[in-house]
Design a protein around this ligand. Structure first.
Ligand code: SF4
Ligand code: SF4
Ligand code: SF4
Length: 161
């Protein structure tokens, strides 16, 4: 166990607070105060998406694969960083930027095909190829749409832009 109040004195914030760290974090703002960088979550992740990010702290990288919400990172962590599995894993949502091929009038539906939550639907538009419509209510931030996008146009973050 780590003395939170003591560590906070010495810890410098090393990444912006919108960095998507791990699912089920109980206090994302204070993650870097409590995480010891032991690496147990990296070893436990079944899709191997947890990498050492800015400052050596773990964060998910959806360009590798998706989060299956298996909870193994939380189970492996020796620190009191995680909520119970019954809680929502995070508020993260996907957003699609202007690099999207469909928005540039090139036929592509790769993201939609990967989304089990049916959060991305394509709608026909006059004079253009079908356009992606993202329903943030349905999106659970799993990241499955990220690595399949040929132009890496999808970002998953805690703040929807
Ligand atoms: S919940 Fe599972 S897949 Fe998701 S980051 Fe944790 S270990 Fe990896
Ligand atoms: S297992 Fe916990 S303490 Fe260790 S690096 Fe992962 S989040 Fe940090
Ligand atoms: S992050 Fe997951 S749920 Fe959200 S749009 Fe992408 S594939 Fe669908």
């Amino acid at each position: 166990m780590v003395d939170l109040s003591r560590r906070r004195l010495f810890t410098r914030k090393t990444a912006s607070e919108d960095t998507l760290r791990l699912p089920w974090l109980n206090t994302p703002k204070f993650f870097t105060d409590l995480c010891t960088q032991c690496g147990e979550c990296l070893k436990a992740c079944e899709t191997q998406i947890i990498v050492k990010g800015d400052g050596g702290f773990p964060q998910v990288d959806f360009t590798i694969d998706e989060c299956t919400f298996c909870y193994q990172c939380a189970d492996a962590c020796p620190e009191p960083l995680f909520l119970s599995k019954q809680e929502a894993p995070w508020q993260a949502k996907a957003s699609i930027n202007e690099q999207c091929l469909a928005q540039r009038n090139v036929e592509c539906r790769s993201c939609s095909e990967m989304c089990e939550s049916v959060a991305i639907q394509f709608q026909l538009e006059v004079g253009r190829v079908a356009q992606p419509k993202l329903d943030t209510q349905l999106c659970n931030g799993c990241g499955a749409c990220v690595s399949v996008c040929p132009t890496l146009s999808i970002n998953v973050s805690n703040f929807v832009v």
